[in-house]
Design a protein around this ligand. Structure first.
Ligand code: FAD
Length: 393
């Protein structure tokens, strides 16, 4: 009988297997014990992020001309998938890939020359992305943090919530309001994107860590007359929401890949435990009540993976992919969550024991259906923009 395994990797487009295997090798140096310890101590997995940076894989999306690997989104997604599949959490560093698109696409040549080579070399970290605010929530066009131009600077005032890795980053991408909401006829205008250099902040930037159910290093961030040089405005003033939206498809596809990685981890662990754990004189996996949910979760993860590669291929061919990227995020986060529940159930009481890592991954994978966008808003997008139903958001 062949070695049982849930993972196929068979959806990999040709030539991508080498990336998968290289990342897998790197991740082997950071086993369950490592992730369990950083989770328990609520520490940032700095050693892992440093190793990934040194390998060049965190700079996957930076073009070779700026010192990066010049890989496409499909390949970048494989990197994040493998991290989660190994038992780790790409959430510790994935923002560097998410935010990169905005800088690459809308940043000036001067901004790209100034920042990208140093990010590629690992000298600068671009890990923080500040969009969400308490009062506006999912309705991003309602954000209230303002950036007011004063000569060659902008003065920023307001507050953001759930902003991850601010303390582990040198640069933060910030979405702020440059025109009051009431003065706009087109409510998607009036927001702007800035690159904030966290190493040299003028004004008061207060970062208060949030206690969360997972090790994610998120914060409430208060801005009081924080000065940003006007040269750090990305693209045109007032068009920031457009720039952020442009990055959403990449973000959803990358996140779907992380969820697929988690889904495969859960299915593998559940199947292995089902084969080994003997109760009533036989492996628990011999019972259909245990076996079928695992098989079902496996099928759902594999199906979601097809949508993820389909969406990524469309993105890489520069074809419209909003529907596919959103469906990939929806299906992958649902499949990962189903696999998480099945795995926890398969482990019985041990699913709750920290030493088995299931509860940690269970907490981590739950995030995919909520952030960076909740699945309700994904469904609302599909309903309205793809199916032509009335807008509900
Ligand atoms: C661990 C973590 C890390 C995060 N990191 C970052 C970060 O680095 N940077 C950043 O900017 N943000 C970050 N976020 C914020 C995240 O993007 C938001 O939490 C998310 O977008 C949802 O916003 P909200 O929490 O305000 O929910 P709300 O907008 O208040 O929504 C609450 C619920 O109502 C539902 N809902 C709202 N409106 C509708 C509607 N019209 N139709 C149907 N359902 C609706 C939502 O789907 C959701 O279920 C992070 C969040 C978490 C939990």
């Amino acid at each position: 009988m062949p070695e049982p395994r849930s993972e196929t990797g068979s959806h990999d487009p040709e030539g991508r297997q080498a990336i998968r295997e290289n990342v897998r090798r790197l991740c082997k140096k950071f086993p369950d014990e490592y992730w369990r310890a950083v989770d328990k101590a609520e520490e940032y997995p700095a050693a892992f992020v440093d190793a990934l940076t040194a390998s060049g894989y965190l700079a996957a999306l930076i073009p070779e001309a700026y010192g990066g690997s010049g890989l496409d989104l499909t390949e970048a997604s494989i990197i994040l998938e493998e991290i989660n599949r190994s038992g780790g959490s790409a959430g510790a560093c994935h923002a560097q890939m998410y935010t990169m698109g905005t800088l690459l696409r809308w940043g000036s040549d001067e901004q790209k020359r100034r920042y990208l080579p140093r990010i590629a070399r690992g000298e600068l970290r671009l890990q923080a992305f500040a969009v969400t605010e308490a009062a506006s929530g999912s309705e991003t066009t309602r954000i209230q943090t303002t950036a007011v131009r004063r000569g060659d600077r902008y003065l920023v005032n307001g507050q953001k919530v759930f902003i991850s890795r601010v303390k582990q980053s040198d640069l933060m991408m910030l979405l702020a309001r440059t025109t009051p909401y009431d003065e706009l006829t087109d409510k998607t205008q009036g927001l702007s994107v800035f690159l904030v250099d966290l190493r040299d902040v003028r004004g008061k930037l207060d970062v208060q860590p949030l206690e969360l159910m997972l090790n994610h290093h998120s914060n409430v961030v208060f801005f009081e007359d924080v000065e940003i040089p006007a040269e750090n405005l990305i693209g045109e003033e007032g068009r920031g929401f457009r720039y952020i939206i442009d990055g959403w498809n990449a973000e959803r596809i990358l996140l779907a890949a992380e969820a697929i990685g988690d889904g495969r981890w859960f299915v593998d662990r559940a199947a292995a435990y089902g084969r080994e754990r003997v109760v009533f004189g036989r492996p628990i996996g011999a019972n259909q009540g245990v076996q079928f949910p695992i098989a079902q979760a496996f099928a759902h993860v594999e199906a979601a993976d097809l949508m993820r590669f389909h969406a990524a291929a469309r993105f890489d061919r520069e074809e419209p992919c909003g529907a596919e990227a959103n469906m990939a995020k929806l299906l992958a986060s649902d499949a990962a969550w189903e696999a998480a529940n099945v795995c926890l159930t398969t482990y019985g009481g041990y699913g709750f024991a920290r030493d088995y890592d299931v509860e940690r991954k269970f907490r981590e994978t739950r995030l995919f259906s909520v952030a960076p966008v909740s699945n309700n808003l994904v469904l609302a997008f599909l309903g309205n923009k793809v199916l032509g139903l009335p807008k509900s958001y």
